[in-house]
Design a protein around this ligand. Sequence first.
Ligand code: AMP
Ligand code: TRP
Length: 332
Amino acid sequence: MNRIFSGVQPTGNLHLGNYLGAIKNWVSLQKDFECIFCIVDLHAITIKQNPKELENNTLEVTAAYLASGIDPEKTLIFNQNSVSAHSELTWLLSCFTPLGWLNRMTQFKEKAGKKKDNAVLGLYSYPVLMASDILAYKATHVPVGEDQKQHLELARDIAGSFNKIYNKEFFPIPEPQIFGEATRVMSLRDGKNKMSKSDDSDYSRINITDNKDLINLKIQKAKTDPYPLPSKKEELENRPEVNNLLGIYSALKEEKLDKILNEMAGKEFSEFKKILAELVISKIEPISKKMNDLLKNKDYLKKILKDGKEKADDISSKNLLEIKKTIGLLII
Ligand code: AMP
Ligand code: TRP
């Protein structure tokens, strides 16, 4: 059986990278897969969070899922902390994860920065929690943006190692699904950096909640270079900002980059930016409007999360019990 699991952290500033790298792709997957989409609040607290904001951001991501087309009738939506199997399994799997594997994780190195000794244990073991999210449901496929590839490889290694130790195909080895023309959306201010929720400059990203005028302004101000748009992919190699804007256009338009290059070759940026802004607004504004409507009814959003939690609890508690028995923990 195929089962999908993925998640987004409720850390505010949900942006076009989150939408194109993850949520947009999830919508179409609902047709062919059983899907579970989580709001991973336990991952969010690996960096300092304001309690009130964390709560609001959790509902905001829930609203973003629904507004983008995630259907709660078909798909499980819940927040991570409400299903205890995630934390419990994290302890169990941490006993199967060599430190050497965690030491390779580049995201920890980036986030911990130079003051490694001050970084919290949760930030370091973050990928084990992520593996637990996936393996608690025996998920077979995980759709994410490019930046999560290494964490997923770790989840695959943990699953494989557990299977080997107990000599059975207990966990399926989860397959990454990294697809679309924008698996790594870059900052609008610097094409070498990822578009990120935590970038100090709001002009580096398009937030899902930005209004028309702000989207327009951010795209007009986006960094480019003085040359017209190229006609071939190879000519994009040393033009990261141009590559990024064309990638965004192609992903939103749902057309291959080659086709877009054909259409846009030779155009000046002033003209392309106008076309791009119109497209971004036409795709993002309806989502942002729906989100705002949904956020007026917090009880409805909480009801969706509660329904999801019950079903998620059902699946994950059974798997957790099996895992504990496999390890030899006495169940009373
Ligand atoms: P996060 O913001 O870390 O909770 O990420 C949620 C999802 O969005 C994950 O699947 C990420 O891989 C994806 N994502 C985050 N930033 C980007 C980006 N700049 N480009 C593409 N995907 C992204
Ligand atoms: N770590 C992921 C991110 O920051 C979010 C996440 C948590 C996730 N658990 C997951 C993604 C399980 C896929 C599967 O983007």
